[in-house]
Ligand binder design. Structure first.
Ligand code: UT7
Length: 334
């Protein structure tokens, strides 16, 4: 006889309750980057929009940064750490395949009742996390969840690689997600294209590095133009689908927060969407660099703190990167 199984039932809606962030102390200028590559401050500003970026200290880890951002988001939410049921850490730079960064972050912030897992969706990881956390809360698997985007890309960047050394940086951003009386996270539009897996990848696997007695530690390598073209042609369509799925008109947005990949990609997305000039679009990359999974929550936290975007306003989030993968959704700002 088949037994009747009680299933979980969750909140009708979920929302972002709070943000937190962590920016490492050390500022790395374009001049410092140009000590290792044949480039100039002017070229880097023109082609990427980056003026400076931040690198974590040598002994500062993905877990340290992720825990700092998560602790701040948690404190601002007023939710007890013991009430968090899931910690999702979006990153690709935690140097241990196991255990996850999330398990250690959960322990550090006192989320001792939480499940924990890492999301390896590169620069789209934070938006994947928002989609998953929304479904956990609405599906009844978690009352409260924390989504963290954190990267220490400086560990996995070859400072001598002219095609990527100036782009990548370190940092962490986090949000607490919980139940809501009103709709506040639209459907997540996501996808992947593994046929373009080589567009952003590692120079070699750690196993190949070990087996061949490699001298140069594996680092990120990017077909910049290929990724640029894909982002500029596909992400405006993904943005349109996320708006349509949420039933929100472009003109009703208070903010667009795309992954901070390159200022020219941000400009191209704004242009393709015909974004009205009075709707702010995140330009955090100028002083933060490209922090992959951390870039959207870092930008959101800074723009809210600076009063550039309103608490309770409506924002479109779009993440895209290695895989190639993407995810986008419309959210109500905390
Ligand atoms: O976050 C994950 C997703 N990542 C991205 O979305 C990154 C997407 N791609 C990009 O942002 C851009 O492709 C880069 C910023 C990485 C590169 O900009 P680009 O405009 O695509 O440069 P390019 O590779 O087409 O190179 C243009 C020129 C070349 O010279 P010639 O052939 O025109 O004489 C390069 O040799 O710029 C030269 N160049 C450089 N010059 C000075 C390439 N890298 C550099 C450099 N400094 N670092």
């Amino acid at each position: 006889m088949s037994a009747t199984i009680t299933t979980a039932s969750g909140a009708k809606f979920a929302r972002i309750l709070s943000t937190g962030s962590y920016r490492p102390e050390r500022i790395v200028t374009n001049a410092e980057i140009c000590e290792h590559i044949d480039s100039t401050d002017e070229w880097i500003r023109d082609r990427s929009g980056i003026i400076e970026r931040r690198y974590a200290a040598l002994d500062e880890t993905v877990v340290d940064m992720g825990a700092a951002a998560a602790a701040q988001a948690l404190e601002r939410s007023g939710i007890a750490p013991t009430d968090i049921a899931m910690v999702l850490t979006a990153n690709v730079t935690h140097p241990y395949p196991t255990p996850s960064a999330a398990a250690e972050v959960a322990y550090r912030i006192g989320a001792v009742n939480a499940g924990a897992l890492d999301i390896a969706a590169a620069c789209a990881g934070f938006c994947y996390g928002i989609g998953i956390a929304n479904d956990l809360v609405c599906g009844g698997s978690a009352k409260y969840a924390i989504v963290i985007g954190v990267e220490k890309l400086s560990d996995w960047t070859n400072p001598k690689d002219r095609g990527s050394a100036f782009i990548f940086a370190d940092g962490a951003g986090a949000v607490v997600i919980g139940p809501s009386d009103t709709p506040a996270i639209g459907p997540t539009i996501w996808g992947s294209d593994g046929s373009q897996k080589d567009a952003i990848t590692m120079t070699q696997s750690l196993i190949d590095y070990r087996n061949t007695g490699g001298e140069i530690f594996p680092a990120l390598t990017m077909q910049g133009q290929q990724v640029f073209r894909w982002a500029v042609s596909e992400m405006p369509k993904v943005a349109g689908r996320a708006l349509q799925a949420a039933g929100v008109a472009l003109v009703d947005l208070d903010a667009v927060i795309p992954h901070q990949a390159n200022m020219r990609i941000t400009d191209a997305i704004a242009k393709a969407l015909k974004l009205p000039s009075d709707i702010p679009i995140a330009r955090d990359i100028a002083y933060t660099g490209n922090t992959s999974a951390a870039s959207i929550p870092l930008a959101m936290d800074r723009m809210l703190a600076a009063g550039e975007i309103p608490s309770g306003g409506t924002a479109l989030l779009i993440g895209f990167g290695a895989g190639l993968v993407y995810a986008a959704q419309v959210v109500t700002l905390p």
